[in-house]
Structures are given as C-alpha cells and as structure tokens.
Design a protein around this ligand. Sequence first.
Ligand SMILES: NC(=O)c1ccc[n+]([C@@H]2O[C@H](COP(=O)([O-])OP(=O)(O)OC[C@H]3O[C@@H](n4cnc5c(N)ncnc54)[C@H](OP(=O)(O)O)[C@@H]3O)[C@@H](O)[C@H]2O)c1
Length: 343
Amino acid sequence: MKTLKVALVGARGYSGLELSRLLLGHPNAQLIDVYSSNTQWQLAQDIIVPSAKNVNTRQLDQLEANAKNYDVIFFATSAGQSAEWIPKLLEHTQIIDLSGAFRLNWQQTQKFYKLELDEKYLSPANYGLSPWNKCASRFISNPGCYVTATLMALIPLLKENLITTDVVIDAKSGTTGAGRSPKDSTNFSEISQEIHPYKITNHQHEPEIIRYLSHFASTDIDPIFTTTLLPIPRGILSSIYTRLQDGVGVKQIHEAYEYYYREYPLLQNYWLQGDDLGFSWKTSLKRVVNTPFTQLAYTAKDNKLYLFSMIDNLLKGAASQAVENFNAMFELPVTTGLIKETL
Ligand SMILES: NC(=O)c1ccc[n+]([C@@H]2O[C@H](COP(=O)([O-])OP(=O)(O)OC[C@H]3O[C@@H](n4cnc5c(N)ncnc54)[C@H](OP(=O)(O)O)[C@@H]3O)[C@@H](O)[C@H]2O)c1
C-alpha cells in the first residue's frame, strides 16, 4: 500500500502530541504538516523521534488551500475549532476528528457545545467506536474518553440482555483529560492531594453514552453517571455497577466479552476470582496507561455485577483510537502502528 499523506491540526495539545508520536511510527502514514495558531512552535520541541524534525508547522489560514494535498487530516482541537473547519474541508479530503463537536444530535450539540451544526454531519454512522463501528465513511468522529471506557464494557452485555438497565457509572480520569492549556482546576496546587467530582449531573459524555448504547446495543438506558478528577496525569477507570438479569451468572458475562471481542486484539478480559478480589494487577490502571488497550475486569455477588473498565484517556480514549479509525478507513489491520510503538 502507498504511504498516506497526513496532516494534524492541534498537534501542540496532549492528544495531538500522542497522535503525532503514533503517526510518526506508523508504517503507512507520513505526517507532513501540523497546524498551530503558534507558528513558532515545532513538533521536534516536544517529541524526540528524529523524524519530527521533518514535519512543518503551518498557519491555520493555509489549511483550506492545502487540504487536497493530504489523504487525511486529523483534528485534535477544541469542538469549536473542529466545527469551524471540518465542514469546509470535507469536499477536499478525509477527516478524523477527536473533538466532541460531531458526536451528539442537533439539540444536544447546541446544549453541551453551544454549536449549531448541519444535521448531515451528526449521523451516528460517522461515530468511530472501534471495533464496533467499521467506519468506511470519509469523516469519522472519534468517541469521548469516558464514553469509550464505558461503552466497551456495556455494549456486549446490553446486546445480550445479560444485565438490567438500572446502571451506575462512576468514572474517574487523570488531569490530561482536561487538556494542556492551563486551568485552575488542574494546576498542581489545586489537584495535588485532591480528588474531585465535577460536572455533576451535567457532563457532555452522559448523552453520548446514552445515544450510542441505543445505537450499538439497541437498548435505552438512563444511567446515573458521575465524573471525578484524580490527582494523576493520565488514565480512566470507569466503575460500573448493575444487576444481572434473572438466571444470568458471571460466566455468561465472561463469554459475552470473549465472543464479541474475539477478533479484537486490543482488549484484556478478566473475570475476577479468588485472590484477584483482594488486590490484583487485573484492576490496575498503571497496566493500561501508555498502551492502546482496554482492560475489563469484573465479578458478581448474588445478582450484583461489579465491572471495571480501564483505558489510557490519551490513547484508547483519543489518539490510538483515532489511529484505529485511520486503519479502518484505509482497510489496514486494526493494530497497525499501535502495538510496537506504545508498549
Ligand atoms: N485530553 C483527553 O484525554 C481527550 C480525550 C478524548 C478527546 N479529547 C478531545 O480532543 C481535543 C483536544 O484535546 P486535548 O486535551 O489534546 O487539548 P489541549 O491539550 O488543550 O490542546 C488543544 C489545543 O489547544 C491549544 N493550546 C492552547 N494553549 C496551549 C498550551 N499551553 N499548550 C499546548 N497547547 C495549547 C493548542 O492549539 P494551537 O497550537 O493552535 O494553539 C492545542 O492544539 C478536544 O476537543 C478534547 O475534547 C481529549
């Protein structure tokens, strides 16, 4: 296969830097240009990989004129920037967007992102939850980080009607989830020694979880969803509590994951038993940080299910999932450019 020419808008941010590292090591991609409002910034300032020196930093006002030179443009920008640029560029090239701008329906996009976008861009068919959506489209909207961890765990169980729809999702993230731009809530003095629930009842990932459980599992749920900021840089733990349907045991939960992820190499499936219930690496966030893997670990007591889904917010929650979507777009194996570079 020919080498695909790639540009990245938002390379200076946390997800953009991770994506740059992955693209520089991808055997079928050539990262040619990055776009930044800070044109003095060079990728080689932040990334040691020697080929980073060959990547040009370009001004955003050149983006539209240059778009046809790329096979794909990635956006790792704010939702507002993605919404401004992507509709103008889609006739010239293919696009993968990491922001939340195109994940929700019209009303929700207006409410949570303050954006009014043409409905034609907001179709669930563009939503790139890998491996659930094969995404042959020219435009892929990459899922949210909390949403990814949660949907990977819940879709198989709801599809098979193994659990009730009464679900509690207690999701926690490291501070890189809030981006690289300095903020009061994530500065060291505020978050060190702290643990902090935030956006209570009002997080934009709640409607995203509901929309895509309906889309992928054909199940409508109205979960209790909470988000908490942890005093660590990266990683997401989504702890999910629900009840098994009558007659269902944890063995069937294990089998559902085995079945649905049988051709997906980027998932670890752990049924917690015996000593695992005390203190185990199978429930360790450190194991997945800096990897593109999703780790699912679970157990049940009577009809109560305790389920823990862990990802790296900047990789499976953002950059490595964007590469999975790039691979799907160009019919490459799902792990291309992912396993060697990130382990
Ligand atoms: N962080 C995550 O875990 C995560 C996960 C999933 C999805 N996302 C989504 O992905 C998009 C990008 O997120 P992000 O967390 O990577 O954002 P970020 O770190 O805040 O970076 C976004 C952009 O902000 C600008 N910026 C402003 N001040 C900066 C500074 N001091 N240092 C570096 N860049 C600065 C840069 O653009 P210029 O170079 O043009 O100034 C940069 O590309 C967002 O839409 C976010 O919602 C993030």
